[in-house]
Design a binder for this molecule. Structure first.
Ligand code: 5GP
Ligand code: ZN
Length: 139
């Protein structure tokens, strides 16, 4: 994608602190890190959303994420990390090229858990109905 900033990083047209690269993915330091060592892992092929990828490509991406997350934790002596992605504008995705965030965490850093991103306090008396809906939708 010509005007995609992450495609430009892949092509080497704009610089990035690349920490890992394989045939399918590359990983580089986030330019505006949430914590020291904040890294993003992206597929080399342009997909806008994670849910645009097929299962095989998603699996390859997460194999690279697993490798890089272990390296970040080891290199920086971390006690943990948050690993996840913003899938779509409504979920906070700003760069429309799939990227998985690896956000280093330490005890007492005052950060929250992934579940603290949003809380709409939905009703819970319809879990059976929801389960059926989603189950039927799985291909
Ligand atoms: P999103 O909200 O789309 O999940 O996050 C995009 C991330 O990409 C942000 O954390 C932002 O700091 C990072 N980012 C945006 N532009 C660049 C860039 O040009 N270089 C690097 N290394 N990171 C970027
Ligand atoms: Zn792209």
């Amino acid at each position: 994608m010509d005007n995609c900033i992450f495609c430009k990083i892949i092509k080497g047209d704009i610089p990035a602190k690349i920490v890992y690269e394989d045939d399918f993915a590359i990983a580089f330091l986030d330019i505006s890190p949430c914590t020291e060592g904040h890294t993003v892992v992206i597929p080399k092929q342009h997909f806008e959303k994670f849910t645009d990828m097929d299962e095989e490509d998603a699996g390859k991406l997460f194999a690279s994420v697993n490798k890089v997350a272990k390296a970040v934790e080891k290199a920086l002596n971390l006690e943990g990390s948050n690993i996840g992605l913003n899938n779509g504008k409504a979920a906070g995705q700003e760069v429309p090229h799939v990227h998985v965030h690896i956000i280093p965490r330490k005890e007492g850093d005052n950060g929250g858990a992934i579940q603290s991103i949003v809380k709409t306090y939905p009703k819970t008396d319809n879990l059976e109905e929801l389960k059926e809906k989603i189950k039927e939708s799985v291909k």
